[in-house]
Ligand binder design. Structure first.
Ligand code: ADP
Ligand code: MG
Length: 256
């Protein structure tokens, strides 16, 4: 059950450099269970790197990451405990801009691969659950098709279903609609909206301002690797925010 008094994700003073270039300059962020946090910011501000650090696709240089009650230990060598890393990855569902489905597997196979082979759950359960998830995202009839035979919007809905099949505690979305033709954006946003209404904890990097405004519990604006301003959608889109954020909104990223 969702408990909005419990932190689902907490980042503390997260730092990451690529060579001499500091991409994340001490990011601290908290999402409670059921929160939908929209992460906004110009290209290059560090949004993807921040999400990738949360599930350790990118190793942060310093700072702390907590998912649920578990704090992720970083070793001096920049590594993590292998089993802890596996637990962390299983508790986080990630959805990428370019869908990243396995092209040589059918949609159903994409959904059951990790639950069967990584999580070692019984195949029949995984198949039944995968079919229910495909139904939920509206592409049940595509289960035996290969990704290339689906539209972008259908592929992204399949990717969301694949992430859900692992029973994640938190869902991370990195510009999930940016690669889609405009007419396909709505069907993906509808699925995301439904997940938010179910009380799922979601961190969403997006340029969809109406989604950010209408669905988020919190908006975070990243500028040059730091959180410049954050607040409720009401505050951020009304008088609040910052000069920089308003400039961002008026620079072609405004409400649409
Ligand atoms: P955003 O998602 O907000 O567009 P990113 O997190 O992708 O920003 O990138 C932030 C900055 O870090 C950019 O300047 C980018 O070029 C740089 N960067 C990202 N990944 C790497 C990498 N693996 N090696 C070197 N530089 C990187
Ligand atoms: Mg990015």
């Amino acid at each position: 059950m969702t408990d909005p008094t419990k932190p689902a994700v907490r980042l503390t003073e997260l730092r990451k450099s690529f060579g001499a270039f500091e991409v994340l300059k001490g990011i601290s962020l908290e999402a409670m269970e059921g929160d939908v946090v929209s992460i906004l910011g110009a290209s290059g501000s560090g949004k993807s790197t921040m999400l990738r650090c949360i599930n350790m696709l990118e190793m942060p240089d310093s700072g702390q990451i907590e998912v649920g009650v578990e704090a992720i230990r970083l070793t001096k060598a920049g590594g993590t405990d292998k089993r802890q890393l596996q637990r962390l990855r299983a508790s986080i569902g990630m959805v990428f801009q370019n869908f990243n489905l396995w092209s040589h597997m059918t949609i159903l196979e994409n959904l059951i691969e990790a639950p069967i082979h990584v999580q070692k759950r019984p195949r029949a359960d995984c198949v039944a659950e995968a079919e229910a998830l495909l139904e939920k995202v509206g592409i049940a009839e595509k289960r035996n098709h290969y990704p290339a035979h689906l539209s972008g919007g259908q592929q992204q809905r399949a990717a969301i279903a694949r992430a859900l099949a692992q029973h994640p505690k938190v869902m991370l979305f990195d510009e999930p609609t940016s690669a889609l033709d405009p007419e396909l954006v709505g069907e993906v946003l509808r699925v995301m909206r439904a997940l938010a209404e179910e009380g799922r904890t979601m961190l969403v990097v997006t340029h969809e301002m109406s989604f950010a405004r209408d669905v988020s519990s919190k908006i975070v604006f990243l500028h040059k690797g730091a959180i410049e301003v954050e607040g409720s959608p009401q505050d951020m889109f009304a008088a609040g925010g910052s000069d920089c954020f308003r400039q961002f909104l008026s620079g072609g990223n405004g409400l649409n």
